[in-house]
Design a binder for this molecule. Structure first.
Ligand code: 6OG
Length: 173
């Protein structure tokens, strides 16, 4: 494990409605070409919760009562500071998800034991596109969907390849 010299605070926010999950396709910048939650850097003077809400508004055009649900550390080859990412989730929102310069929002199907699908609407949704997401997401997103707090760390090689990782749920956020 490479030790942490500097960390930088980020947020990442997910919205769930019934058995649908809202993801954004990142159009530019770090992680371009991948689906992810909505988020970015925590700015000076902001709390992570404030930043999470601002980024969700900027990138997806919606407002939501976000709740803190997980914390992840990512060590990336060639990136000096370690990503310290606060993960948030909301189960309701206000507004209409709208494409921004950075993100194109889209709904994906969660398993039917979260909520029964609404015929004609939810039935047509694609599954969560794990093959077009950061390699870590498949390990912790199921915790988020179940409402379990989680923590983890992944050290990445060049590109979207994890060299070493650990993720787990924890009883308290
Ligand atoms: P901006 O560059 O848009 O913020 N992020 C990651 N998310 C996952 N799942 N895995 C990673 O592994 C990530 N690295 C960064 C944090 C970048 C956004 O992307 C997230 C932010 O929400 C390396 O300001």
């Amino acid at each position: 494990w490479r030790p942490f010299k500097h960390t930088r605070l980020y947020t990442n926010a997910f919205v769930i409605e019934g058995n649908k999950l809202l993801l954004g396709f990142k159009k530019r910048g770090f992680g371009a070409g991948l689906y992810n939650g909505f988020g970015g850097k925590v700015e000076p003077g902001e709390t992570p919760a404030q930043a999470a809400r601002r980024e969700l508004q900027e990138e997806a055009g919606i407002d939501a009562p976000l709740e803190y649900i997980g914390r992840l550390f990512f060590v990336v080859t060639g990136v000096e500071s370690v990503f310290d990412i606060r993960i948030y989730v909301a189960r309701e929102y206000v507004g209409v998800p709208t494409e921004s310069d950075e993100m194109r929002p889209g709904w994906f199907a969660l398993s039917e034991d979260i909520a029964p699908p609404v015929p004609g609407v939810d039935g047509d949704l694609p599954d969560i596109p794990y093959d077009q997401m950061w390699a870590d997401d498949i390990y912790w997103l199921p915790h988020l969907v179940r409402g379990e707090c989680f923590v983890g760390r992944a050290d990445f090689d060049e590109g979207n390849v994890m060299r070493r990782y650990w993720f787990g749920s924890v009883p308290h956020c």
